[in-house]
Structure formats: structure tokens, C-alpha cells
Design a protein around this ligand. Structure first.
Ligand code: SF4
Length: 400
């Protein structure tokens, strides 16, 4: 899921990567020779995270975006559509509807999915599951490769409610899972995922202690399998540090960490034994690097983060360079309608590529794009001409 370098080498994306790398080379050459910098070619991000709204109808203790939720800022729907159209004309291939906020609460959610699919984009949704009715209405528009992932994080109704505090007091995990067979029947091509952020004693958001759910991993897997989800995906709880960066800080519980990892591994094995054939039990990259003890390797970033050109985050609060810095001022490229005028998007992206020192700003972040950034850095630093043909395999997976 996270081999982004392989995704970028797909024949459908490679030409844009070549344009970007050639421009970076020309940029560095001009800087070294004291000449005027060449303008960015007519590019846009290949993939965006799009927060349709900051509104949320849950109040999760473990929410990483707590500080930006329920702001008064809203998208202007016409400007947002124009921005997406302009990006699509310049290479945008995929949109992940996600939050800072619950995407299905956007008043025109269903129509917006239809709009994105009308542009030929790959579309996925990360939702809290509270509006299964809206996912069902939108189901008809999704095509092969699209997915919807529900952040549920629990195996029982009780833990679900204690973790998420839904505003509708009667909402249960049972009710949410009850929508899945209907959605699957409406569109069997749509992949449906059950997402589970693992929490254990010691985790906190500021002063708030998170509810522990590590004991429900097996139960949640069985539930997801029975409810006709296609997979369950486990990831460890992340925290935001004071400067806003989203980080994994296992050191906080270093003493217990080995025991926690062993417990997670045992739960994953048990989970795989109780699910139906074909159902996938997945460990996220963050979880795998936590388990293998290599997570610190992913905090060593090159100075230039190249991914901030290829994948950006559009929110009602503005456009940002990375999901790990959503809502953070120094990672802000511009307003929410930045790409409605592509030259402005290109100008601001050029500015931040120079100004944002990822080796410093992301020095605590376990960056999922770490190896991809280093691979791109090597391409920029090399002198050999880039091949026009990528040699990569087309997977039609454009989510970055
Ligand atoms: S280096 Fe990683 S965490 Fe930092 S901005 Fe780039 S992609 Fe995001």
C-alpha cells in the first residue's frame, strides 16, 4: 500500500515525475551558477488529501486533528470544484476525502463524489462511519481501485462509544457495520476497510488519557470479516507534538514497549486465524516499523521534501504540504482555493520547496514517504538522463 516509489514509476505517472525531476535539476544548476531560477513546469499535485469540512460529529479522545476541528472556515464549493478541475488538467489523478473533519458531513458529499468521478479521478474516503446512508448513496459512483475506510477502532459497542463519543447518543458499532452489506451489494467493486488505531496504556492527547483498545484487535477482526468488510488495517496511535507535527513517540512508553509489541504481534496472529478466507488483516507501515524497531530510520529526511509537489492537502483552512502538518502555519502553501489559479499554486509550491527544511521540520516524524523522498533526491542529484519509459508496472493505483 505504501510503496510510493513503485506507484510513481507507473507509466501513467512517470512523465510528470520526469518533468518535476528535470525542473529540480535545472533549478539547482541555476542557483549554483547565480542565474535566475527557471519557473516550474505546468504541473499540479498528482494526488491530494481533501478535507471537505472541519466539522465532526464525534469527539474522539485519540483524535490527531483535535485542534483544527469544527472551525468556522468552509469551502466555497464553486472555487473548490474549479481548483480540482485545474489540477486534473495538469496531472491530478486521485483524491482522498479525509479529515480534519468528517467528509460525509459536507452538505454536498454525494454530489461531490459524483463530480470527482466525472473528472475520471480515483477517489477514496476515510470516514467515521456515522453516515452509512451517504456512503450508500455515493456507492454507485465508485470504480475499480476506489476504497472507503471506516475509522472504528474497536470490537465492542462499549469501547466504540467510549473512544468516539458520537453526538448521536444511540449510535453503535453494530449499526455502523450493518451498512456494509448494503454498500457492498450496491457496488461490489468498492473496497471497504475497517481501520483500527491501536491504543495502549500511556497514550495521551495533551492531558487527555486515551481509552485502551489493544485487547479488542481480534474481536474487531472477526467482526469486520463477518460484516463483509474486505480488510482490517491496524496502525499505532500517533500524537501531535507542540509544533503541530504528527509523530510516533514510543519512547514515552519505552519500558513497556517490547511487551506492547509482543502483544500486538500475538493479536495479529490470532486475528488472521479467525477471519474468513480472502479477508485481509493488514499492519500499517507505521506499525511494521514500530515492531521491527526501525522507526527512527524514517525520521531522517532529506532537506527538500519532494513529495510536497506530488501530494498536497487541501482543507477549508488552506492548502498544506503534507498530511503530517495539516493546519500548521509553516507548512501552509496558501488558501483553500490556491490551485484555482495554477500559476499561484506552482509559485507557492516552489517557495515552500525552498523554504521548508524537512530534515529539520520533520526530524521527529516517522515519515511514510521517507524512502520515496530519498529516491527522488537521488534522481535529482544524479546526472544521467531520465528514461522516457518508466519500466514500472501499471497498477492503476494513484493514491499517494
Ligand atoms: S518529509 Fe515526510 S513528513 Fe515531512 S513534509 Fe515531507 S512527506 Fe511530510
Amino acid at each position: 500500500m505504501h510503496d510510493f516509489a513503485a506507484k510513481l514509476q507507473q507509466p501513467s505517472l512517470w512523465p510528470r515525475v520526469v518533468d518535476y525531476v528535470r525542473w529540480q535539476r535545472a533549478l539547482r544548476k541555476a542557483e549554483a551558477e547565480g542565474r535566475e531560477a527557471p519557473p516550474m513546469p505546468d504541473l499540479a499535485p498528482l494526488s491530494i488529501n481533501l478535507d471537505l469540512t472541519t466539522a465532526c460529529n464525534y469527539a474522539c479522545d485519540h483524535c490527531i486533528d483535535w485542534d483544527i476541528l469544527n472551525s468556522k472556515q468552509k469551502h466555497d464549493d464553486a472555487t473548490l470544484r474549479l481548483s480540482i478541475e485545474r489540477m486534473a488538467e495538469r496531472g491530478l489523478r486521485s483524491v482522498i476525502l479525509i479529515g480534519g473533519g468528517e467528509p460525509t458531513l459536507y452538505p454536498g458529499f454525494v454530489e461531490f463524489v459524483a463530480f470527482l468521478k466525472g473528472l475520471g479521478l480515483a477517489v477514496s474516503v476515510v470516514t467515521n462511519g456515522s453516515r452509512g446512508d451517504r456512503i450508500l448513496q455515493a456507492a454507485q459512483y465508485f470504480t475499480d481501485g476506489d476504497w472507503v475506510r471506516l475509522s472504528l477502532d474497536s470490537g465492542t459497542n462499549d469501547t466504540f462509544v467510549r473512544m468516539h463519543h458520537p453526538s448521536k447518543k444511540t449510535l453503535t458499532l453494530d449499526e455502523i457495520c450493518g451498512w456494509i452489506p448494503k454498500i457492498k451489494a450496491a457496488n461490489p467493486a468498492l473496497q471497504l476497510g475497517f481501520s483500527f488505531v491501536i491504543t495502549w496504556q500511556g497514550g495521551s492527547r495533551g492531558d487527555v488519557k486515551v481509552v485502551e483498545n489493544i485487547g479488542e484487535m481480534v474481536m474487531a477482526s472477526k467482526r469486520a470479516s463477518d460484516a463483509q468488510f474486505d480488510y482490517i488495517s491496524f496502525k499505532p496511535f500517533l500524537e501531535r507534538q507542540e509544533d503541530g507535527a504528527e509523530v510516533m513517540d514510543p519512547a514515552k512508553t519505552e519500558a513497556e514497549l517490547q511487551a506492547v509489541i509482543a502483544r500486538i504481534q500475538k493479536n495479529l496472529e490470532e486475528a488472521r486465524a479467525v477471519v474468513r478466507p480472502g479477508f485481509r488483516v493488514l499492519a500499517s507501515t507505521n506499525l511494521r516499523v514500530l515492531s521491527s524497531g526501525t522507526w527512527r530510520d524514517y525520521t531522517h529526511q532529506p532537506k527538500v521534501c519532494h513529495m510536497q509537489m506530488l501530494r498536497q492537502v487541501v482543507t477549508p483552512l488552506g492548502t498544506f504540504n503534507c498530511p503530517a502538518h495539516r493546519g500548521v502555519h509553516k507548512a501552509r502553501l496558501g488558501g483553500e482555493g490556491l490551485w484555482a489559479v495554477p500559476a499561484a499554486g506552482q509559485h507557492e509550491t516552489t517557495r515552500l520547496l525552498g523554504a521548508f527544511d524537512a530534515s529539520h521540520e520533520c526530524g521527529q516524524v516517522t515519515c511514510l514517504y521517507n524512502s520515496t523522498n530519498w529516491w527522488l533526491e537521488e534522481l535529482v542529484a544524479a546526472s544521467a538522463e531520465l528514461p522516457e519509459e518508466s519500466g514500472g508496472v501499471e497498477q492503476r493505483d494513484w493514491f499517494l
